[in-house]
Every structure is written in C-alpha cells, then in structure tokens.
Ligand binder design. Structure first.
Ligand code: SF4
Ligand code: SF4
Length: 120
C-alpha cells in the first residue's frame, strides 16, 4: 500500500511538499519532505512530483508514472543541471511512512487541492 499521484491532475502547487515537511519537522521544512515537486530546465513549464518510498522513487510526470529502484542511478542525475533548485538531494530524504502516526491518514492527500493524491 502506498500513495499515488495522478500526473494528469497535478498542478505542481507544492502543497503536498509543504504539508509533508510540516508534518515531519513541525515547520515548513521542504528538505524534510519525502514528496517533492521537481522541474525540468530543458522544457518550459514542465514539472512533476517525486515520492521517495523505502525502496523506490515514484516519479509522476505529465507523460506518466515511472518507478525507479533507489540506487539505480537516479540520484546521480541531481546536481547535473537537469533539475532546478527545488530538487533537494534525494538521499537525504526520509521515505514516506504514509503518515503512520496520523489516524486521519496521509496529510499530503488531505492538502492536495485537485485530488491528485490517492491511496492504492
Ligand atoms: S503520506 Fe505523509 S509521509 Fe508520505 S508523502 Fe504524504 S505527507 Fe509525506
Ligand atoms: S498537492 Fe497535489 S497538485 Fe499540488 S503538487 Fe502535490 S500532487 Fe500536485
């Protein structure tokens, strides 16, 4: 079970990233968030959402969903100019625990204004 982001609905508002950072760090600490908006430099107005799970990165881009195993090299793409400053080092992030300490469930899901996040 995990959360799923629908890239067709996501408008890259960063509410999930703010909510997750707030939940995990008692402040709007984006580096503490395990879900993040990422933008590509090569394409104008292009963005997606990356979720760090225990073993995978789930990348929701306009062209669809991609799942990459951690350690498969995706971390190395960072810092090579492919993404902007909103992309924080993935290895520093804690994996998503589905807000296990919240009886109401995932906070990011609650905050997403366009219902792009769901549980699967
Ligand atoms: S479910 Fe909780 S821990 Fe996981 S990305 Fe959403 S806010 Fe963060
Ligand atoms: S809160 Fe929803 S719309 Fe906003 S960036 Fe996250 S998934 Fe996308």
């Amino acid at each position: 079970m995990g959360i799923k982001v629908d890239p067709k609905k996501c408008v890259s508002c960063m509410a999930c990233e703010m909510a997750c950072g707030y939940h995990r760090d008692d402040g709007f600490a984006l580096l503490s968030s395990c879900i993040m908006v990422t933008r590509g430099r090569e394409k104008r107005d292009y963005s997606g959402v990356v979720l760090k799970e225990e073993e995978n990165l789930v990348i929701a881009r306009p062209e669809g969903l991609e799942i990459r195993k951690l350690g498969s090299g995706v971390e190395a793409e960072q810092g090579k100019g492919k993404e902007d400053a909103s992309a924080k080092p993935l290895l520093l992030r804690e994996p998503c625990d589905l807000c296990s300490d919240r009886k109401e469930g995932p906070l990011c899901l609650q905050f997403c204004p366009v219902n792009a996040i769901s549980m699967d």
